[in-house]
Each structure stands twice: as C-alpha cells, then as structure tokens.
Write a protein that binds this ligand. Structure first.
Ligand code: NAD
Length: 276
C-alpha cells in the first residue's frame, strides 16, 4: 500500500481547499530544547505546510527558558487569529510535564488531537473534532484500497494513547470486531493469526513473522525502528508480503499518511474557526 502516493493526493486536496479560504491556515509548531529527531520531524512538517498552502510558524525555546515561556506562548497562540493549529513537538525535555502542556492548547486548535476534550469527543463519536493523525492515516489507506472494516476481525497490537487505542476505536466505529493486544498479551500469535486486518504499532523490529499472519490478511505496519541509517517496521515485510493481500512498507506506508493527516486537521481547524 503506497502511503507516499496517497499522502500526495491528500496534500493536493488540502491545498485546493486552503486556497478557497479568505486567509491561509496557520500551523504553529513549538520545539523545546535540542533533540535531533524532533528537528527532522519539524523540518518535514514545515515542508508539508509549504506544499499545502499552510503557513508554518516554528517557535524554538531553549530548554531552561522554556519552562517559563512555554505556557505564555501557548496562551498567546490560543488567542492569535492567524494561527489555527498548535502543536508541541514531543518528547519535551525531562521535568516539563508534557500532559499539562498539551492540556493548555485550546481544543479548537488541537490538531495533534492529544487534548482530553478532543479525545472525549472522538471516543464518544460526538464530533466535529480532530482525529489522531496516525490511526486516521491508516483509515484513509484502508478506504483508498477499498478495504471495508465492517464485519472483519481487526487485531491491533499496541495500546498506546497515540496509536493503538484510537486505532482500535476507529476500526470499531467502522464496525470491525476488534481485538487489542499489548505487551502482556499471552500467545500474541494466536490472536494475530485470526486477523483479517492486522495493525502493528509496537516499535520492535521483526515482531510479526509470516507464521503469525493469516494468508490474505491486510497488514498495516505502524512501527518505526532505526538501525543506524536504516528504518524498518515491526513486520517482516519480505516474508509477510508474500502471504498478505495488502501490506504497508516502512518507510513509505503509514508515516507519510500521519503527516498528511496533520495538514488535513489544520485545514479543518481553519475552516471551523472561519465559520464560527
Ligand atoms: P508506545 O511505546 O507508547 O507503545 C508500544 C505498545 O506496544 C504498548 O501498547 C505495548 O504494550 C506494546 N508492546 C510492546 N512490546 C510488545 C510485545 N512484545 N508484544 C505486544 N505488544 C507489545 O509506542 P507508540 O507511541 O504507540 O508507537 C508504537 C510504534 O509506532 C513505535 O515504533 C513508533 O515509533 C511508531 N509510530 C509510528 C508513527 C507513524 O507515523 N508511522 C506514528 C506514531 C508512532
């Protein structure tokens, strides 16, 4: 499943819709301290914004000064009309209390969908709200390949708040029967072998082998594992690719879709704020 190609289509659609607004959507990205991986992610976001007609504003705070400046900056951006989406790049340096920081973002600008109000609306299916980017990107991929979750057995491996839990809920909301597995699941293979749709979001290279997958299953690999300069997912792509009906590569599968969904959420934020 080609996440790069689909992400490009999503970005083109965002660009078209953004051009119809009176003012371009604005995305504020806040980065605290120095983390090389975060710098790479932020550079990608800036590039995506430029491709979509979204104005990106990057704020860099020093690790020490940030403790005091971060709450004031978020407060200012919450009230700034040309900013429609705000995100704080994680992880924050130790001692920052990420949870309180994320809760300070106004829910109508919470394009990363980490605020409890956003999550509450999503889990109760009481929109409109922003959808968590990674699982939303997976659902777009399933739709693009005409894979309807209804009535299927979906198995999600991983139960984090960012990926596994919202992924399971999205599949449930589309009428799949969902099993959630995690680190304490006894006999993981017994569950994964029953999956029509298998989503793995763990962060452990080689976790899913061909013997754990039902022939003809759809396999979505969310995991990102680094080995030097090489990146791979959680699934043994070569072996599982031979028996799956569909499979996402890493890189080039879910990753680009996650980024595209952030652009989509920022567009939605601008549209919502414009019609208020
Ligand atoms: P996390 O560490 O918060 O959660 C990992 C989950 O895996 C937990 O639920 C844990 O119980 C489970 N787990 C760990 N070992 C396991 C095992 N042996 N068997 C079964 N379950 C096990 O991680 P996360 O933030 O949910 O991210 C998961 C992976 O997805 C990471 O590799 C991360 O880099 C990647 N990720 C990718 C994208 C993307 O856009 N492609 C986005 C977010 C996260």
């Amino acid at each position: 499943m080609d996440g790069n190609a689909l992400a490009k289509r999503v970005r083109m659609d965002v660009k078209k819709q953004a051009a119809r607004l009176d003012a371009p959507p604005g995305l504020a990205v806040i980065i605290v301290g120095h983390n090389p991986a975060s710098e790479v992610y932020v550079a990608h976001k800036e590039k995506d914004c430029a491709r979509c007609g979204i104005v990106s504003h990057t704020y860099r705070l020093g690790e020490e000064a940030g403790q005091e400046k971060l709450p004031a900056l978020i407060h200012r951006l919450n009230n700034q009309p040309d900013i429609h989406g705000i995100l704080v790049q994680l992880p924050l340096p130790g001692g920052y209390g990420a949870e309180a920081v994320l809760q300070a973002i106004a829910p109508e600008k919470d394009v990363d969908a980490f605020h409890t109000v956003t999550a509450g609306k999503f889990y109760l299916n009481k929109g409109p709200t922003f959808l968590p980017c990674t699982p939303a990107g997976v659902m777009e991929l399933l739709d693009a390949y005409a894979i309807d979750p209804r009535g299927k057995h979906a198995v999600v491996v991983g139960h984090s708040n960012i990926v596994g839990k919202p992924m399971a809920m999205m599949l449930l909301q589309r009428d799949a029967t969902v099993t959630i597995c995690h680190i304490h699941t006894a006999d993981l293979a017994m569950h994964t072998r029953m999956a029509d749709i298998l989503v793995c979001a763990v962060g452990k290279a080689g976790l899913i082998t061909a013997g754990m997958v039902k022939p003809g299953a759809v396999v979505i690999d969310v995991g990102i594992n680094r080995d030097g300069n090489k990146i791979c997912g959680d699934v043994d792509f070569d072996a599982v690719g031979k028996i799956a009906s569909h499979i996402t590569p890493v890189p080039g599968g879910v990753g680009p879709m996650t980024r595209a969904m952030l652009m989509k959420n920022t567009l939605e934020a601008a549209k919502n704020i414009a019609t208020r």
